[in-house]
Design a protein around this ligand. Structure first.
Ligand code: NAI
Length: 483
């Protein structure tokens, strides 16, 4: 099997070298095609951080093993890490956090074992990076949560939980506040849960989840979350098991998978050969198992666990009274321990069952779409306008333009209603949302909305609009705070 490897930036080449040396010494049956991705590729003028040859190689091989990559700051370019995950639709980001003996944490000292797998949605959410300044004071980020995207990641999480013999799968969310977006994710979670009656499925609001994870991490097994919340919760979990040096990740898609550590390029320790390669090695082991190389993965993992149990360490963890090894020495210590069995968590040596490498040749972009809702109707529009006037003055101008078709229902500022009722204590910024609904709930056409837009634009700069839809007799939009 041949896989694509990108060494990455910062500590990337150092830890990748360490891991590939371990693989070579363990006679892992893989060959590598090195590809050009990362900061220096941006600097050469490739705006997505990878060369066309790299993209072609990864798309034809289907597996990318990568080191961390730096996102140049302030140049307007997007993170190559995020671009890679999104471009190749690796919709599930799986991060396993386990107690490692020899890596002391408050929990290991208290005898509380941790084995939490976080599955983070990997494509959507605020990571769309769709952002605009609406006025000089107001920035907007669009947060997309989709039904097909949520179904893909949730289905993966349930399948993985079943394979792991998990006792519990938990959805972390903030659907009490983001009722439509997180509400949709949660709805998908319980829809998929129906197909897995053997698993205990429940949900916890994300702030409560964080509190519970730091007090009783042993109560959790598999946790699935939307992208940003998953990002934060998984770093929290990394802290529970000893830090970023021990946090591996797998980005799983239907065609392409990417294996990488959770941590970044660690610019503060780059070039010193002192970085901890464990997270990248654990990511590599997940990759070997994904490819069916069970025996190689078990031999290396047992050697790693044995090494950690011996108190062998790099400078970022372990007993400060013991000498810290550098990256190369640490890798060599693992190699020296091939064949040793750790006291805790040893892995059975199962035979290799290499998968057949599939070369996917797609004719068109896969369209993921669910069944359309019946009874769809436009019943209004939210017009986001720029104005530094008082709410009553904004309302007065809006009311001039409602025609017979529309009624002005509410005006809000930063999501809080300021008209027709509100509080004089609500601070306002120079951007209002004016909600117009059709008189008598008559369905509207887009032409009606355009007519209103034209009339309103005589008095205001309209920064953005959103249609108000009714689907299946239900409002497909949220109310303003206080409406
Ligand atoms: P970071 O993860 O690179 O570093 C945070 C802290 O952890 C630093 O003190 C660093 O020395 C330490 N650290 C990280 N990995 C370590 C290791 N293997 N061994 C020992 N210590 C380690 O996060 P930071 O500083 O926020 O980001 C630096 C750069 O990395 C940024 O350009 C960021 O965009 C990029 N990044 C890339 C990621 C990826 O490629 N998947 C993920 C996260 C950040």
């Amino acid at each position: 099997m041949n896989i694509a490897v990108a060494k990455g930036d910062g500590i990337g080449p150092e830890i990748m070298e360490a891991v590939l040396t371990i693989f070579r010494e363990a006679r892992v049956d893989l060959s590598y095609t090195f590809v050009d991705m990362g900061k220096w590729v941006f600097d050469k003028g490739y705006s997505n951080g990878m060369t066309p040859e790299a993209q072609q190689t990864i798309e034809s091989l289907g597996i990318l093993f990568k080191g961390p990559m730096e996102t140049p700051k302030g140049k307007g370019v997007k993170s190559v890490n995020v671009t890679a995950r999104k471009t190749w639709n690796t919709y599930a980001n799986k991060r396993v956090f386990q107690t490692l003996h020899g890596v002391d944490t408050v929990f290991s000292k208290a005898g509380i074992p941790i084995d939490v797998t976080v599955v983070r949605e990997n494509i959507e959410d605020t990571y769309g990076g769709i952002e605009h300044m609406l006025t000089h004071d107001v920035a907007l980020s669009r947060r997309f949560i989709t039904r097909p995207g949520s179904m893909q990641v949730v289905r993966y999480a349930f399948e993985m939980a079943r394979k792991k013999n998990a006792r519990r799968i938990t959805c972390g969310h903030k659907a009490n506040i983001m009722k439509i977006t997180d509400g949709l994710f949660l709805e998908c979670f319980y829809e998929v849960a129906k197909d897995y009656p053997d698993l205990k499925a429940d949900d916890v609001i994300v702030d409560d989840l964080c509190m519970k994870l730091v007090t009783r991490p042993d109560l959790f097994d598999v946790v699935v979350l939307t992208n940003l919340q998953g990002d934060i919760v998984s770093d929290l979990c990394a802290g529970l098991v000893g830090g970023l040096g021990f946090a591996p990740s797998a980005n799983i898609g239907d065609h392409i998978c990417i294996f990488e550590a959770v941590h970044g390029t660690a610019p503060d320790i780059t070039g010193k050969n002192i970085a901890n390669p464990t997270a990248l090695l654990l990511s590599g082991l997940t990759m070997l198992r994904h490819l069916g190389l069970m025996e190689s993965a078990a031999i290396i993992e047992n050697a790693l666990l044995y090494t950690l149990e011996q108190g062998i360490r790099t400078g970022d963890f372990g007993d400060r009274n013991k000498l810290a090894l550098n990256t190369t020495e640490f890798a060599q210590a693992i190699i020296n321990n091939f064949g040793k069995i750790p006291e805790h968590g040893s892995k059975p040596i199962l035979p290799n069952k290499p998968i057949t490498q599939t070369i996917f040749k797609l004719e068109k972009n896969p369209l993921i779409i669910s069944k359309e809702m019946e009874d769809e109707a436009i019943v209004g529009v939210d017009m986001f306008i720029e104005s530094a006037e008082q709410p009553n003055d904004v309302a007065e101008k809006c009311l001039k333009h409602t025609l017979d078709l529309f009624k002005l229902v509410t005006i809000s500022n930063r999501g809080t209603q300021v008209w027709p009722k509100g509080s004089i204590f609500t601070n306002v910024v120079n951007q209002y949302r004016c909600r117009f609904e059709s008189v008598g709930e008559i369905p509207l056409s887009q032409v009606d909305i355009i007519e209103l837009y034209k009339r309103l634009s005589a008095d205001f700069k309209i920064c953005s609009t959103e249609l108000l839809n009714m689907w299946g007799g239900k409002k497909a939009y949220s109310l303003a705070q206080g409406q």
